[in-house]
Design a binder for this molecule. Sequence first.
Ligand SMILES: C=C1C[C@]23C[C@H]1CC[C@H]2[C@@]12CCC[C@@](C)(C(=O)O1)[C@H]2[C@@H]3C(=O)O
Ligand SMILES: O=C(O)CCC(=O)C(=O)O
Ligand SMILES: [Fe+2]
Length: 351
Amino acid sequence: MNRKFPSQTMPSIRPHPDFTSLRELPDSYVWNHQADSDYPSSADAESVPIIDLTDPNAVQAIGHACKTWGVFQVINHGVPTHLFHMVESTSRDLFSLPVNQKLKAARSPDGVSGYGFARISSFFSKLMWSEGFTIVGSPQEHFRQLWPHNYISHCDVIKEYKREMKKLAGRLMCLMLGSLGITAEQDIKWAGPKADFKEASAAVQLNYYPACPDPERAMGLAAHTDSTLLTVLYQNKTSGLQVLREGVGWIRVPPVAEALVINIGDLMHILSNGCFPSVLHRAMVNRTCHRLSIAYLYGPASSVKISPHPKLVGPSQPPLYRPVTWKEYLDTKAKHFNKALSWVRAELVSL
Ligand SMILES: C=C1C[C@]23C[C@H]1CC[C@H]2[C@@]12CCC[C@@](C)(C(=O)O1)[C@H]2[C@@H]3C(=O)O
Ligand SMILES: O=C(O)CCC(=O)C(=O)O
Ligand SMILES: [Fe+2]
């Protein structure tokens, strides 16, 4: 499944089919879900924790969720509801444009921003039943191509969304690290003097999963971990997100009104020296309803090297990973995909 396909055979930009016109799932979209029987489909005996950020015990609850799940949902997070409606409406406007219009903002072969299949597509021989739009920095140039007359209001929505998400992600960083006895003020220099992670950077990923004629055999977004410190994920009312629980199987993460899903990413896995493992997750699709999700992929400023925190390292706990910048890690991920973490680990051994 993790075979790498040369980019010539799987370019990131192919003319997208008009999903709405397909009555049957083309063979190129049929995934072999046989391998899933290794992990029996869980009877939902367990569910991903839901944490109220206004609860005085939130730090402990977050620490426990990060150690044992790598994912949790947050409620009472303080992000105004209207912002989700606005960003959802920008997303809908974007994905409902005609294919040729969307391709005007296609991600270039060596670029990060723009419209296209998920970056990880190149590792799979089958196609995913989804479309994506990645925003790094300002979306203005791409949005101008898509909506020559009203791109500014869409840009403003993204700007506001990023501002709110950055605040929330900084708060979550403090809570997560706090649960490990690390204080952002004293122990994390790159958190800045106010410990607000002001210099942090991020990407926004808009995901669209059209309704699918044969959802059992299709795949929305293949199993992966995020190359981030943490990811804040908003999903609309249609379910589809699943996380892999060791020894249990794929567990659904149902949409909960007003809640946001928080994933631990690979860089947090490294920073916590493996205490907070990154979570493998995937998105399935639906026969009658389309699905939208918006991921805020949060990482450090470009000059920061992430390494196991000194407070979590000692004679009995050697550092398991070598220091990496976000860019270095993304390059490793682009080469080795789901084996990237072990590459960063293996390289330490070979130093
Ligand atoms: C900052 C990031 C994180 C990226 C790469 C780059 C921009 C787009 C992100 C995603 C978003 C969709 C899933 C993923 C797996 C993908 O294919 O593109 C992510 C990837 C990663 O987390 O590795
Ligand atoms: O659509 C989803 O629920 C998952 C999206 C995701 O994993 C991502 O954008 O990284
Ligand atoms: Fe993800």
